[in-house]
Design a protein around this ligand. Structure first.
Ligand code: NAI
Ligand code: MG
Length: 803
C-alpha cells in the first residue's frame, strides 16, 4: 500500500473536545439564568423561562429568562443611570476597561468556545479558532479606538443608551461587534441575545463583572422576539443596532421611524461567488467549502450563489462533488468535524422545505452518498445545478449548507447575475487576473468583496450591506460612526448659531431687514418656472402651478406643481445619469468649481431674487456669498474624500472604498433657499450620486434660477433633477420609490417619520432632521464630512497576497 493509498483509505477516529468544564459551569449556576441588569442578576418579572437546547442532541442545556417589557425597562434605566459617569470617563479609562474585557475573554477562551458549540451546534474548530479569537481581537481593537476617540473623532459624542439585538449564528462574535464599539465611544448598552443561543452572552455578563466594568454599562436581557420588540419600542433608547433577518429589520425600521433613534441594520444576503475560467480550481473548491459550509452555511454573507464561467463550470461541479464526499458532518465537539448541527429544528425544517422547493422547481440537487447522524439537527452539504436565476433557491436566503450554481459567459454577464438580487452584503471574485478582479469588484453591489478568498473578517475592517442587506458598518473606523453623534446636536436648537450671533453682537439678519418686507422695488415676474428633469426644463405633469409669495405677501411668480409622475420621470433620468459616478473625481471637482464661477457671475441677480423672497437684502448677499464658498468646499472635497487601507492582520490589503449610494432624493430645508439647496445637493453630487431634489417649498425660485447655472457648468443631464411642489407629498413618493437608494429630508418631524417609515420598502438609507434646524452658515453644521459620509457607502475589498 502506498502512502497515497493510505491517505485515501484512512479513517478519522473521533477527537472529542471535553464538554465537562462547560457543563460544570452550567451546573454551578443551577442551569437557570436571569437577566443581568445594573450589575445584578435578576429573575424575570413575569416568572417565565424557556429552554436553551443543544441542537446536536436536542437536549436542554439550561433555563433562560423570558424578558418582559418591565425587565427591558429596568435594564434601560440601569443603562441610563450608568451613562453620565461612563461618558465622563476619558477615552483612556474606557480603553482600559475594554482591554480588561479582552484579557478576560482570552482567559476563558476555551470555556467560551465549548459553550458556544454546545448551544449553537457549530464545530469546535470554528468556535475555538475563529469566533472567540475574533471576539478578543474586537475588544482589543476597540480599546484602541476609545483611546483615540478625542483626536480621531473630534466634535463627536456617544449616542447614549444603545439597544442591541443579535442573531444566533455567531452569538459571541455578534455580541463583540455590537458591544465593543458602543462602549469605546462612550455609550451604555442593553443587549438581547438570540433565544436559541444566550449562554455565551451570560458568561460574558460574568466577564464584565470580573473585569470591574461599572454596573449598568452592559446589561444583558434574554428572551425571544417579544423582548426584542420591547427594546426597540422603549422610548428611552437612543439607538438600535440589529443583526438578523430582513423581515425583522423591516419591522424595526418601521417601529423606530420618526422616534429619532439612530439605527443600524445588518440583514440577510445571497452573496455571489464568482469564478472566472482562469481561477485556480483547487483554491476555488476550498473557497466554496469556506463560503457555504462554514458554520453550516448559517452565515449572512455566505457565498450561496456560485456563478461559474462556462469554461470551468463542469470541472468545478465534478471537483465539488468529490470534495463534498469527504466532508464530515457530526458532533460539533469532535475536532475532526467540518459541519456541525443546524441551530434548531425550525431552521432545519426551513432548509428542508426550501430544498424541496428547489427540486420541485426543476433544479438538479446533489448530496454526498453518506448520511448524517440520525439524532439531532443535521443537514448534509447540498449543491444545486441547472438553476434558473429567478427561481426561489436562487433568490431566497436559505441559511443552511445549500449552494446553487449558475453559469455565465462574459464578465458583464457575471456582474449582471451577481447584482440580480435585492441583497448586497458580500461577494467573492475568483480569478488569477488582478486586473479583472479589481474591475469587477467595484461593479458588484456589496459591502464587502473578497478577491480569491471568502468569509474573512477583522475588527479593523468594516462589514455591512448595500441595498436590502441593510445599512451601517461594523468594524473599522467606519463602524464607529454608528455610535457617535455631532456634539452640536446636544446644544439644542441652533446651539452654534446662537454662539455666533453672540460673537457678532447684533444679529446680521435683522440689520437691514426692510420694515414688514416691502422688499426692493422690482416689477413682478410673469413667468412660471418649470421643473428640471434630465437636463431639460419640463412642464409639470399635473398642468398646475403654485404661486411663490415674496416678502410683503407679494406674488413673485409661479413654479410647477410636481407630482408622483414627475418624480418618477426624474428618478428615471437620474438612473440614466449614473455614468456620473464612473467619471473621475477630478472631473466632478471641475464641474463644481465651474458652478461656483457661474453663480458668482450672477451673484447680484441671485441676491436680488433671494431678497425678493425673504425681504432681507443684506442676508441675501451673504447667502449667495456663502453658497459660492460652499461650492468651493465640495469642489475641494470631490477628489479628497479618500478611502482607507485597513490594517487587518491577514496577508492582504483591505481596501475601504467610499462609493456613491446611487440615486439620492433630497428634500431641501425651507429656509436659506439657495444655501440650503446647495448645501444639501452638492455633497451628494460631489461623491458621484445623481439626485432628485425638492427645493424649498416656500421659496423655490432660487433653485429654479439655478437651472441656468447647471446648464452652463457642464453638469450632465440627469445628475441634478429638480421637482418643485409640495415637499412632503414629493418626499413621500421618493421615500416609497424602489429605485431611489437614499432620501435626505430636511423638514418637519412628521415628514421625517413618514420618510423613515416608507424607506423600509427597499431598505433605502435615510437622513432626516426631525424638525431640528441646522445653521446652514455654520461650517460644523452646514458642510463637511457628515454630509460626505451620508453621500457614500463603504465597500471593503480584500485582496490577499503571497503564495
Ligand atoms: P430573526 O431576525 O427573527 O432573529 C434575530 C434576532 O431578532 C433574535 O434575537 C430575535 O429574538 C430578534 N427578534 C425577532 N423578532 C423581533 C422583533 N419583532 N423585534 C425585535 N427583535 C426581534 O431571525 P430568526 O427567526 O432567528 O431566523 C430566521 C431567518 O432569518 C433565518 O433563516 C435566516 O434566513 C435569517 N437570519 C439572518 C441572519 C443574518 O445574520 N443575516 C441571522 C439570523 C437569521
Ligand atoms: Mg441553543
Amino acid at each position: 500500500m502506498s502512502i497515497a493509498e493510505i491517505f485515501e483509505t484512512m479513517e478519522y477516529g473521533p477527537a472529542p473536545e471535553s464538554a465537562s468544564p462547560a457543563l460544570r459551569w452550567l451546573e454551578e449556576r443551577g442551569r437557570t439564568f436571569g437577566h443581568l441588569i445594573g450589575g445584578e442578576w435578576r429573575d424575570p418579572s413575569g416568572g417565565e423561562y424557556f429552554d436553551s437546547t443543544n441542537p446536536a442532541t436536542n437536549k436542554p442545556l439550561a433555563r433562560i429568562a423570558q424578558g418582559t417589557p418591565a425587565d427591558v425597562d429596568a435594564a434601560v434605566r440601569a443603562a441610563r443611570e450608568a451613562l453620565p459617569a461612563w461618558q465622563a470617563l476619558d477615552g483612556h479609562a474606557r480603553a482600559r476597561y475594554l482591554y480588561a474585557i479582552a484579557r478576560h475573554v482570552q482567559r476563558h477562551a476555551r470555556l467560551f468556545a465549548v459553550l458556544e458549540s454546545l448551544d449553537n451546534g457549530k464545530p469546535i474548530r470554528e468556535s475555538r479558532d475563529i469566533d472567540i479569537p475574533l471576539v478578543a481581537r474586537h475588544f482589543y481593537h476597540h480599546a484602541g479606538w476609545a483611546q483615540l476617540m478625542d483626536t480621531e473623532l473630534p466634535g463627536q459624542v456617544g449616542v447614549g443608551v444603545i439597544g442591541q439585538i443579535i442573531p444566533w449564528n455567531f452569538p459571541m462574535l455578534m455580541l463583540a461587534w455590537k458591544i465593543a464599539p458602543a462602549l469605546a465611544m462612550g455609550n451604555t448598552v442593553v443587549l438581547k441575545p438570540a433565544e436559541f443561543t444566550s449562554l455565551t452572552a451570560l458568561l460574558f455578563a460574568e466577564v464584565c463583572r470580573d473585569a470591574g466594568l461599572p454596573p449598568g454599562v452592559v446589561n444583558i436581557i434574554t428572551g425571544d422576539g417579544r423582548t426584542g420588540a420591547a427594546l426597540v419600542e422603549h422610548p428611552d433608547v437612543d439607538k438600535i443596532a440589529f443583526t438578523g433577518s430582513t423581515d425583522v429589520g423591516r419591522i424595526i425600521r418601521v417601529a423606530t421611524a420618526g422616534t429619532g433613534k439612530k439605527l443600524s441594520l445588518e440583514l440577510g444576503g445571497k452573496s455571489p461567488f464568482i469564478v472566472f475560467d482562469d481561477a485556480d480550481l483547487e483554491s476555488v473548491v476550498e473557497g466554496v467549502v469556506d463560503a457555504i459550509w462554514f458554520n453550516q452555511g448559517q452565515v449572512c454573507c455566505a457565498g450561496s450563489r456560485i456563478l461559474a464561467q462556462e469554461g470551468i463550470a463542469d470541472r468545478l461541479v465534478a471537483r465539488l462533488r468529490e470534495r463534498m464526499e469527504t466532508l464530515r458532518v457530526g458532533d460539533p465537539l469532535d475536532k475532526g468535524v467540518d459541519i456541525g448541527a443546524i441551530v434548531a429544528p425550525v431552521q432545519l425544517q426551513k432548509i428542508t422545505e426550501l430544498v424541496n422547493q428547489g427540486r420541485d422547481e426543476g433544479a438538479t440537487m446533489w448530496q454526498p452518498s453518506w448520511s448524517c447522524p440520525a439524532e439531532g439537527c443535521f443537514y448534509p452539504p447540498t449543491l444545486f445545478t441547472d438553476v434558473s436565476p429567478s427561481s426561489t433557491i436562487a433568490q431566497v436566503e436559505i441559511f443552511g449548507p445549500v449552494v446553487v450554481l449558475m453559469t455565465f459567459r462574459t464578465p458583464a454577464e457575471a456582474v449582471a447575475l451577481a447584482n440580480n438580487t435585492a441583497f448586497g452584503l458580500a461577494a467573492s471574485v475568483w480569478t488569477e487576473s488582478i486586473n479583472l478582479a479589481l474591475d469587477v469588484a467595484p461593479k458588484v453591489l456589496a459591502g464587502t468583496v473578497w478577491v480569491n478568498s471568502t468569509n474573512l473578517f477583522d475588527a479593523a475592517s468594516g462589514f455591512g450591506g448595500y441595498r436590502e442587506s441593510g445599512f451601517g458598518r461594523e468594524g473599522g473606523k467606519e463602524g464607529l460612526w454608528e455610535y457617535v453623534k455631532p456634539r452640536w446636536e446636544l446644544e439644542g436648537k441652533n446651539g452654534a448659531a446662537a454662539r455666533r450671533e453672540e460673537k457678532r453682537g447684533k444679529p446680521a439678519r435683522a440689520e437691514k431687514a426692510r420694515g414688514n418686507g416691502a422688499g426692493p422695488v422690482l416689477p413682478p415676474i410673469d413667468r412660471t418656472a418649470k421643473l428640471y428633469i434630465g437636463g431639460k426644463q419640463a412642464r409639470p405633469d399635473s398642468g398646475y402651478s403654485m404661486p411663490v409669495m415674496g416678502a410683503g405677501e407679494r406674488v413673485l411668480g409661479d413654479v410647477g406643481l410636481g407630482n408622483r409622475k414627475d418624480v418618477r420621470n426624474a428618478v428615471e433620468a437620474a438612473h440614466k445619469a449614473r455614468g456620473w459616478a464612473k467619471g473621475t473625481a477630478h472631473n466632478r471637482a471641475q464641474v463644481i468649481y465651474y458652478m461656483a464661477e457661474n453663480l458668482a457671475a450672477r451673484a447680484d441677480e441671485f441676491a436680488r431674487r433671494i431678497a425678493q423672497m425673504t425681504g432681507d437684502e443684506a442676508g441675501a448677499e451673504r447667502e449667495v456669498e456663502a453658497s459660492i464658498r460652499r461650492l468651493y468646499t465640495y469642489g475641494a472635497w470631490a477628489d479628497k474624500y479618500d478611502g482607507q487601507v485597513h490594517a487587518t492582520p491577514l496577508r492582504n490589503v483591505t481596501i475601504a472604498m467610499n462609493e456613491p449610494i446611487g440615486v439620492v432624493g433630497v428634500a431641501c430645508p425651507d429656509t436659506a433657499p439657495l444655501l440650503g439647496f446647495i448645501s444639501a445637493v452638492i455633497p451628494a453630487v460631489a461623491m458621484g450620486n445623481a439626485v432628485v431634489v425638492v427645493p424649498s417649498e416656500r421659496w423655490p425660485l432660487a433653485a429654479t434660477d439655478f437651472y441656468q447655472v447647471l446648464d452652463t457648468s457642464d453638469v450632465p443631464g440627469g445628475v441634478v433633477n429638480i421637482v418643485t411642489g409640495k415637499r412632503d407629498e414629493l418626499a413621500e413618493t421618493l421615500a416609497s420609490h424602489d429605485d431611489v437608494d437614499a432620501v435626505w429630508y430636511f423638514g418637519s418631524a412628521e415628514g421625517s417619520t413618514m420618510v423613515e417609515r416608507l424607506s423600509a420598502g427597499n431598505m433605502k438609507r435615510t437622513w432626516v432632521s426631525y424638525g431640528r434646524e441646522r445653521d446652514w452658515y455654520d461650517a460644523e453644521q452646514g458642510e463637511g464630512r457628515e454630509f460626505l459620509r451620508q453621500a457614500t457607502q463603504v465597500k471593503n475589498i480584500w485582496v490577499p497576497y503571497g503564495e
